[in-house]
Design a protein around this ligand. Structure first.
Ligand code: ADP
Length: 456
């Protein structure tokens, strides 16, 4: 068979996936071919496995979405360009390059780090094509405008919901992903900086304005992602949006409740959700008793206002515990004294809960010489299979706080799983990377479901 000569980038077509024009990077350095896909799901039909997924076929254009389905032939661990291993579905489908067509295997990945929508590796080219790495578009170039025309008929989704992301930093991974996931699903997404909102509180006409005077109205939903320092103002704005009829993914009340560590533990205790035994006292006179209550040192002292592991201290002896506790008290700082779960070995589990379901979980391990597993303190994350009990506890804890979206931190003790804390704005980076799930997309789906419910 005559081999086709191709350059390092070419336009090709994947007719069975409904992709008439897609620009691919040809890379003989990579073994497998891959397609940037999202919302990947599998289903079975006539005894065969299929993948259903969405793709933005035109590079740099997020508005055009094509839904595809392909025959799954394998699931494989693939090393991505960043060196991480991920498990990917492999589909088989014909590719057309120039005048020729043959079947190739393509892995599906939802990592958007690849500049190109598609990468063709050497396996797909073997015996079929010769690559000239210095050339581009040997088979002809298509202007982006032309490529868009190929998709016009099938691509533009009906206008979706008007969703505001209420947060502080648009450049954070989590915020970027939520914006992107909403746009992917056809919604009108607006990033709203909490500190630039102001409001009009009145009996007849409550309003929220944005710096410069713009009225934020006709909002279907708000996704609050409030940083701890912004809790008071962020909750006030969320409440205001709620009073003008917007659905809030996490209510202001639930966020405020979960921000108070002591109150959270009390609420969990009311529902008999297991947690490390914790003590709280005002006066130094009671310090010794509090230490005894949590079975003595080693024990953990936690600042009620601490986040990301800062303000969590391990006291190894009763003497040290007493000094630390009394020192904090002399500064009028509110602290929790907690039994130390030694057998957890510096590990904890972050369960990401959306709408009553654990949609992903990762295990975090503390850096050497550290007992706190927070990623901000150099901890590392990996995949984990959680037990049915852990799943149940994470869901129950979320529900107890009244949250729709939460990150529930669980520690494995010799007496079973115990809840450490519940986070109302859990980060997406670690969990999406490790589980390879479109968590941001699932948050948007929850918004869609709940807006529909609230309007019906
Ligand atoms: P923060 O809200 O600041 O992250 P956490 O209560 O979640 O505070 O504690 C930070 C980390 O310290 C946890 O992720 C866990 O690894 C470790 N840790 C916290 N409490 C205990 C405990 N009682 N026993 C053992 N390790 C703990």
């Amino acid at each position: 068979m005559k081999k086709v000569i191709i350059g390092k980038e070419e336009w090709c077509s994947l007719p069975e996936l409904g992709l008439p024009a897609i620009k691919a990077r040809i890379d003989s350095g990579a073994k497998t071919s891959s397609l940037h896909a999202f919302n990947i799901n599998t289903f079975e039909k006539d005894g065969k496995n299929y993948a259903h997924f969405d793709i933005h076929p035109v590079q740099g254009n997020r508005k055009i979405i094509q839904s595809c389905r392909g025959l799954v032939v394998d699931k494989r661990a693939v090393k991505s360009s960043s060196g991480d291993k991920e498990r990917r579905l492999v589909i088989r489908t014909p590719v057309i390059l120039g005048e020729q067509s043959w079947d190739i295997e393509i892995t599906l990945t939802n990592r958007d780090s690849m500049g190109y929508r598609m990468l063709i590796g050497r396996e797909a080219m073997a015996g079929r094509a010769l690559i000239d790495p210095n050339a581009s578009f040997c088979l002809g170039e298509i202007e982006e405008k032309e490529a868009i025309k190929h998709y016009n008929v099938v691509s533009h989704r009906k206008s979706g919901l008007k969703i505001l992301l209420l947060a502080s930093n648009p450049d954070l991974y989590s915020n970027k992903r939520i914006m992107e996931a909403g746009e992917e699903r056809g919604h009108e997404m607006t990033f709203v900086n909490i500190s630039q909102c102001y409001m009009n509180i009145s009996a007849t006409n409550p309003e929220v304005h944005y710096r410069g005077g713009e009225l934020l109205e006709n909002v279907d939903a708000v996704i609050p992602r409030i940083k701890p320092k912004m809790t008071f103002y962020g909750c006030a704005i969320t409440r205001q949006f709620s009073s003008i009829g917007a659905y809030c993914l996490n209510s202001s009340l639930a966020i405020a409740r979960s921000r108070d560590k002591l109150r959270s533990l009390q609420e969990l205790s009311n529902k008999r959700i297991p947690m490390p035994t914790s003590g709280f006292a005002k006066s130094p006179v009671d310090t010794k008793e509090i230490i005894k209550m949590v079975n003595g040192a080693p024990l953990v002292v936690k600042l009620l206002e601490g986040t990301q592991g800062r303000g969590v201290v391990l006291a190894e002896t009763n003497k040290a515990a007493e000094s630390v506790i009394n020192a904090f008290k002399s500064l009028n700082t509110n602290i929790l004294v907690q039994e130390f779960i030694k057998e957890a070995n510096g590990e904890d589990i972050r369960c990401f809960v959306i709408d009553g379901k654990v949609v992903g979980a990762i295990q975090r391990k503390a850096a050497a010489g550290e007992f706190r597993a927070n990623l901000h303190l150099g901890g590392s994350a990996s995949t984990v299979n959680i037990t049915a009990e852990e799943r149940k506890i994470a869901v129950k804890a979320t529900k107890t706080m009244g949250l729709v979206v939460a990150g529930v931190d669980i520690i494995r003790s010799k007496d079973g799983p115990k809840v450490l804390e519940i986070n109302s704005s859990p980060g997406l980076e670690g969990i999406e990377e490790i589980t390879d799930k479109d968590i941001a997309g699932m948050m948007i789906q929850a918004v869609e479901r709940n807006v529909k419910k609230s309007k019906s």
